[in-house]
Design a protein around this ligand. Structure first.
Ligand SMILES: Nc1nc2c(ncn2[C@@H]2O[C@H](COP(=O)(O)OP(=O)(O)OP(=O)(O)O)[C@@H](O)[C@H]2O)c(=O)[nH]1
Ligand SMILES: [Mg+2]
Length: 167
């Protein structure tokens, strides 16, 4: 039978979770992480080389969570490194730029790869970033919604602007 001290021990145990950001170069992956972790925005594109790592400690409903966020490089020459970062992730955030159709295509390729390699072991979240640039939008909300539904009911779709802090 569990003793009260076990219950305390359980409550205080830290849950570790790993999330990876994937997507074409310049879609705003690093900007989303910067907004989330430091509430800042940098309007210059400083290409991520290989990947960078941020740790965030959260407390959700009394549960301590240690979130490891891996922000990968979008340039094609780094594509083959993807598995190193997504292999044991619980969540993958696949980012595209709503003004860049190619980046939406690239996001769909990442999702295909994740499904093939990890099946349902990973929670997918598709993010259409740069919604402040709605006037230059080339990927409609409807196309994104239809695509997210076709991937599966477990897939989340979110629109963001790292620029203004709707992350
Ligand atoms: N207008 C606007 N610009 C954004 C937004 N998010 C990011 N940017 C800009 O887009 C450019 C690329 O952003 P990054 O965050 O460096 O892109 P990335 O996906 O990390 O790029 P790689 O590291 O090369 O893969 C930068 O100039 C950002 O300032 C946004 O929501 N709105
Ligand atoms: Mg980056």
């Amino acid at each position: 039978m569990a003793s009260p001290s076990d219950a305390v021990g359980r409550r205080q145990a830290t849950v570790k979770a790993k999330v990876v950001l994937l997507g074409e170069g310049a879609v705003g992956k690093t900007s989303l992480v910067l907004r989330y972790s430091e509430n800042r925005f940098n309007d210059k594109h400083e290409q991520t080389l290989q990947a960078s790592f941020v740790e965030k400690r959260l407390n959700i409903g009394g549960k301590r969570i240690q979130l490891a966020i891996w922000d990968t490089a979008g340039q094609e020459r780094y594509h083959a490194l993807g598995p190193i970062y997504y292999r044991d992730s619980q969540g993958a955030i696949i980012v595209y730029d709503i003004t860049d159709e190619d980046s939406f295509h690239k996001a769909r390729n990442w999702i295909k790869e994740l499904k093939r390699m990890l099946g349902d072991k990973v929670t997918l979240c598709i993010v259409g970033n740069k919604i402040d640039l709605d006037r230059q939008r080339t990927v409609t909300e409807r196309d994104a919604l239809e695509y997210a539904e076709s991937v599966g009911s477990q897939t989340l779709l979110h629109f963001s602007q790292a620029e203004q802090g709707n992350h």
